[in-house]
Design a protein around this ligand. Structure first.
Ligand code: COA
Length: 197
């Protein structure tokens, strides 16, 4: 039977499972060319956004799940400011997942992606017992690369012409973190044993 994930609580955000009704709040930023610049190269139409959400929800309901998508809600304002999650893009490797995140432009540059990303790494390395979590970004997506670095991920190399988007082939920067690296980081941040959810 389908088991929905419990919300993830951070200091400023509540990450709750993605719902079909979230489409219009999500389209408020997936319809923004600046937000989509390094993801699809062009803004999504309303139908693209609805299709994306339904695809992610279908993936979440697969057995085993192919995605664990969440919306990022600003807790004190009760406002949906972004979305992201963990994705099993290499489906035969259940021990590794890809991390993704996107925020409404109004909320950039205030540490929210790092905060949400940290909660998703914690979920991946504790409840989901992953061994490796990776993320990729366009070489010009400095903000996303900084998020990966701030999360403690290691740059592993540049994948050449690996994505087709915006009418051309894109190189992507590949970053990853391993479970024991994350545990060491947690230990050094807390000054003791890694904390459990
Ligand atoms: C990438 C993204 C999620 C970052 O979110 P964010 O909440 O602004 O990130 P944070 O505030 O946690 O900041 C992370 C770092 O990026 C830096 N940064 C933020 N916006 C930046 C920008 N436009 N240009 C350069 N650096 C930027 C921050 O200063 C910070 O770096 P620092 O530690 O050196 O100060 C957000 O810009 C976004 O939604 N972009 C569009 C969607 C996207 O590209 N998603 C990722 C696909 S791989």
């Amino acid at each position: 039977m389908f088991q929905p994930m419990a919300p993830l609580i951070t200091s400023r955000l509540t990450l709750r499972p993605l719902d079909s009704a979230d489409w219009s709040a999500i389209h408020a930023f997936t319809g923004d060319a600046e937000v989509q610049r390094y993801i699809s190269g062009a803004p999504l139409s309303e139908q693209d956004t609805r299709d994306l959400i339904e695809m992610l929800r279908d993936w979440e309901h697969e057995r085993p799940p192919r995605a664990r998508p969440f919306v990022f809600v600003h807790t004190s304002r009760n406002e949906l400011i972004g979305f992201g999650g963990l994705y099993w893009t290499v489906s035969e490797k259940r021990w590794q997942a890809e991390l993704g995140y996107t925020l409404h432009r109004a909320w950039w540059g205030q540490g929210y992606a790092t905060e949400a990303g940290a909660a998703l790494l914690r979920l991946g390395f504790t409840n989901l017992r992953l061994h490796r979590i990776f993320a990729e970004c366009h070489p010009d997506n400095t903000a996303s690369a900084r998020v990966m670095q701030r999360l403690g991920m290691t740059y592993e190399g540049r994948l050449r012409e690996v994505e087709w988007a915006g009418g051309g082939w894109w190189d992507m920067l590949h970053y990853a973190i391993l479970d024991h690296e994350w545990q060491n980081l947690e230990r050094s941040r807390s000054g003791g044993a890694p904390s459990r959810p």
